[in-house]
Design a protein around this ligand. Structure first.
Ligand code: NAG
Ligand code: NAG
Ligand code: NAG
Ligand code: NAG
Length: 372
């Protein structure tokens, strides 16, 4: 039985590899974001580059009025340190924006051709000056239909300029990627709006699907799996989000599965009622109820926590007294990556690389990714 299953798997993956061969860009992407604010404790040289293909420097933000990147001396040093340390082993990109930045600046930048061109030209200059292989737009999030239209135009113009620059300099085109919401549609809050899939397919090398932050400190009434693969009771899950992208026509070869190297915590109402969805009264340990995987391992060990794998959501949680932590462990990551491959996705990425413990999760991920 095991042999038969193995055989069908191999046949399946060989068939896939012919797709991969037809498309030189089809090689599996194993990405991770690098949190630049962790430089002093986690310099770029601490990354085990054998586990990754692409590392994103997080973050740069353009000037609020000129939409150019004003890079101060300290940042300049970090950028050079980042690329000179990593670029011989992996591709490097710089990510623009981030969850802490908010949407307003990008909305204004994308709204006129002058501001878009200023941003685009500056992004190319920065990439070449600091020897990056490309850039990643992390606009969290376009707020309305107009923003989505402008997002599409921005991507069109960005690709045009990147092509022009490549022709003029005879260098490979810079990569353009974006970090996006878990679902193609924003159906939970604000104006209903959808990402411009045709422009994404045409202009971006790939998109990083942020398959996490489904539950957290903003709702302390019950515990939850912040990166559930499946949820029978709601549409806030990775399998649902992915299905919306595919249904909307996103090319599977452009889709990268996001995985969190952090978890989210709650304070249980009753330490004896501790499953997923158990009543809670507040956040648990960590800054605003978040802990990196490394911190979770430490917490679990020091507090002799009970650790449970939940196959329904494909996630793990740990409990010690009233402290409850939901996170991804090696099992959930392996399962998710089997799922990603069965869905013929291009690869995966982590937020964020400094959160791993002894490279346990990243190693499991690499070993689980069988396609090229
Ligand atoms: C943005 O650019 C303008 C014009 O160059 C400059 O006056 C302003 O100080 C810059 N803003 C920041 C935050 O650096
Ligand atoms: C950016 O500029 C806008 C309008 O010019 C202004 O309302 C906003 O406060 C500025 N934000 C920052 C962070 O400087
Ligand atoms: C980068 O910074 C680290 C930590 O300060 C230092 O040890 C290393 O030599 C630097 N590398 C480069 C290539 O500048
Ligand atoms: C999930 O989304 C589908 C449409 O994609 C909808 O029919 C269904 O009612 C939604 N389920 C829930 C629980 O919201």
């Amino acid at each position: 039985m095991a042999n038969i299953m193995l055989c069908s798997c191999i046949v399946f993956f060989v068939a896939l590899c012919s797709d991969v061969m037809a498309n030189p860009h089809c090689k599996g992407v194993k990405g991770a974001y690098y949190p630049s604010w962790a430089f002093s404790t986690f310099p770029p040289s601490s990354i085990d580059t054998s586990l990754f293909t692409h590392i994103y420097y997080a973050f740069l933000v353009p000037n609020n009025t000129t939409f150019k990147f004003d890079i101060d001396d300290e940042t300049s040093k970090l950028l050079f340190n980042f690329t000179s340390t990593l670029r011989s082993s992996v591709k490097t990109l710089f990510s623009v924006g981030g969850g802490g930045e908010g949407p307003a600046r990008f909305s204004r930048m994308a709204s006129t051709s002058v501001s878009r061109l200023s941003f685009i030209k500056s992004s190319i200059e920065v990439a070449r000056k600091y020897r990056f292989d490309g850039f990643d737009l992390d606009w969290e999030f376009p707020q309305n239909k107009k923003d989505m239209e402008n997002f599409a135009i921005l991507l069109d113009e960005w690709r045009v300029e990147v092509k022009k620059e490549s022709l003029a300099t005879k260098r490979p085109q810079l990569l353009i990627t974006a970090a996006v919401y878990f679902s193609v549609d924003f159906f939970l809050w604000g104006e209903f709006r959808s990402y411009p899939v045709p422009s994404i397919n045409k202009n971006l090398d790939w998109i990083n699907l942020m398959f996490y932050d489904y539950r957290g400190s903003w709702d302390t009434s019950a515990t939850g799996a912040q990166a559930a693969l499946f949820d029978t009771k709601s549409n806030v899950s990775t399998s649902y989000g992915l299905s919306t992208w595919i249904k909307a026509g996103a090319l599977r070869s452009k889709l990268i599965m996001g995985l969190p190297l952090y978890g989210r915590t709650w304070k249980l109402k009753d330490p004896n009622v501790d499953g997923i969805g158990a009543p809670a009264v507040g956040v648990g340990p960590g800054d605003e109820g978040t802990l990196t995987y490394r911190e979770i391992e430490k917490f679990n060990e020091e507090n002799n926590a009970k650790v449970v794998y939940d196959s329904a959501t494909v996630s793990a949680y740990s409990v010690a007294g009233t402290s409850w932590i939901g996170f991804d462990d090696t099992n959930s990551v392996a399962m998710k990556l089997h799922y990603a491959q069965s869905q013929r996705l291009r690869g995966y990425f982590f937020w964020a690389v400094a959160g791993d413990k002894d490279w346990k999760i990243s190693t499991t991920a690499k070993q689980s990714w069988i396609i090229s």
